[in-house]
Design a binder for this molecule. Structure first.
Ligand code: NAD
Length: 423
């Protein structure tokens, strides 16, 4: 990723700052990150050699509360990517009225190229390096692209060892056995699904959906959207995808993916017959083709910059639900807007993750457990409330949903920064 990613976010920030009349002093504060950390993490490989991986933690702004943001393990991670994503977190927590600031972290690594032992060492090494600046009252990381509850468990354990006592509230997205919450593990996909349902005024029956990415976010979105009556016709992973015009049997697919015989989508020929038995006619598609399928809703739920000026003109969906962070470039965004395609932007659409993390953190701090029903109802309320705020701002400022989301977030941050005195 390049500085263009940060520039793109700053351009939108500047434009919104003008729109909402953001105090000039507040602009200066929010254009910059409060702390940027880069570190080398050495691990001993299984063959005895040593590799050093580059880790990052960017704490963008904590005016609203302790920093919050995921840690991603991905080959593309660099300072710019993490900085841009940390800014998005500040807007997101403000938009959702959460008492958190914005941060993000990552390691430049392909986690699938490491053994489990190497991965554990890397996760623990990250915590050793970031320890002085993270913790339940300072900065609470969570899973993101390429990380999962097991990695959060190793990190929480390492933090607790350094801290001298068990500190579950230091990380969210943990396994249930360690104070994690089952509903947090589905909260990004669930939050996006209830948001879309509210945006479509509940009318989801038969709506055709293509989902790019079948990890934590994409698979849960596919699950809940199909439970809400939508017809998920395409799904994919990093290797490619499958398209079933009559709809994919998502629950069975999830079961299959959990099984020993699971195959990547690109290896589907071997499993096509099995899948066809469940879902009817199935074709293999590339990730590029998936974006251009004849569907009502497109859900990018994998990586950034997949909808570009090159392919935006060929997107057939009428709604894009951005569950990945930054899947649409600025140029593509303008093309989609011109074509009348509604984009539910990342800062709103995938905010279910940080809302769920907030609920997990609160339960860990209070040392009590909510009922799952209560968790999901509160999450749904939070997403619907944010949507109402964004639709209201879109009308007030006569703008699209991304700009309206930024406007709501910045209006709140403006008051908070001024009240605290430009720290
Ligand atoms: P994950 O690692 O669980 O899953 C990622 C999925 O994307 C996998 O299916 C992977 O195979 C696929 N993928 C990877 N590279 C790809 C490529 N080049 N093309 C197509 N597919 C590819 O990650 P996740 O937690 O589901 O995160 C996905 C996105 O959602 C990221 O942008 C992340 O920042 C965002 N997000 C995640 C959360 C969360 O709670 N996990 C919250 C908010 C936003």
């Amino acid at each position: 990723m390049s500085h263009q990613f940060v520039d793109q976010i700053l351009r939108l920030f500047d434009e919104t700052a003008e729109r909402v009349g953001l105090d000039l002093r507040v602009r200066e504060v929010l254009r910059n990150s409060k702390r940027i950390l880069e570190f080398g993490i050495p691990i001993v490989r299984d063959d005895g050699s040593v590799s050093v991986f580059h880790g990052y933690r960017v704490q963008h702004n904590d005016v609203l509360g302790p920093y919050k943001g995921g840690i991603r393990f991905s080959p593309s991670v660099d300072m710019y990517e993490v900085q841009g994503l940390a800014m998005l977190m500040t807007w997101k927590t403000s938009l959702l009225r959460l008492p958190f600031g914005g941060a993000k972290g990552g390691i430049a690594v392909d986690p699938s190229a490491l053994s489990e032992r190497e991965l554990e060492q890397l996760a623990r090494g990250y915590v050793d390096a970031a320890y002085p600046v993270i913790g339940p009252e300072k900065d609470i990381p969570a899973p993101d692209l390429g990380t999962n509850p097991q990695i959060m468990a190793w990190m929480m354990d390492q933090f607790s060892r350094l801290n001298g006592y068990a500190t579950p509230a230091a990380f969210t997205g943990k396994p249930v056995a360690l104070g994690g919450v089952k509903a947090r593990l589905v909260s990004t996909g669930y939050g996006g699904s209830v948001l879309l349902r509210a945006f479509m005024n509940g009318g989801m029956n038969g709506v055709r959906v293509a989902v790019q990415g079948f990890g934590n976010v994409g698979s849960n979105a596919a699950k809940y959207l199909s439970r809400f009556g939508a017809n998920v016709v395409a799904i994919s992973d990093a290797t490619g995808g499958i398209y079933a015009p009559d709809g994919i049997a998502i629950e069975e697919e999830l079961e299959y993916q959990r099984g020993e015989s699971r195959k990547n989508f690109s290896e589907s020929p071997a499993s096509l017959t099995e899948r066809s038995d469940r879902s009817g006619n199935i074709a293999i598609v590339t990730n590029e083709e998936l974006l251009e399928l004849d569907v009502d809703v497109l859900v990018p739920a994998a990586i950034e910059d997949v909808i570009t000026s090159e392919n935006a003109g060929r997107v057939k969906a009428k709604i894009v639900l951005e569950l990945a962070n930054a899947p649409t470039t600025a140029e593509a965004d303008a093309i989609l807007a011109n074509r009348g395609i509604a984009v539910l932007p990342d800062v709103l659409a995938n905010a279910g993750g940080v809302v769920g993390s907030y609920f997990e953190w609160v339960q860990n701090l209070e040392r009590l457990a909510w009922q799952e029903k209560q968790f999901l109802e509160r999450l749904e309320k939070g997403m619907e409330g944010a949507l109402a705020d964004v639709l209201d701002a879109a009308e007030r400022y006569d703008t699209d949903l991304r700009r309206a989301s930024y406007a709501v977030a910045l209006e709140r941050l403006n008051d908070a920064v001024i009240a605290r005195g430009f720290m």
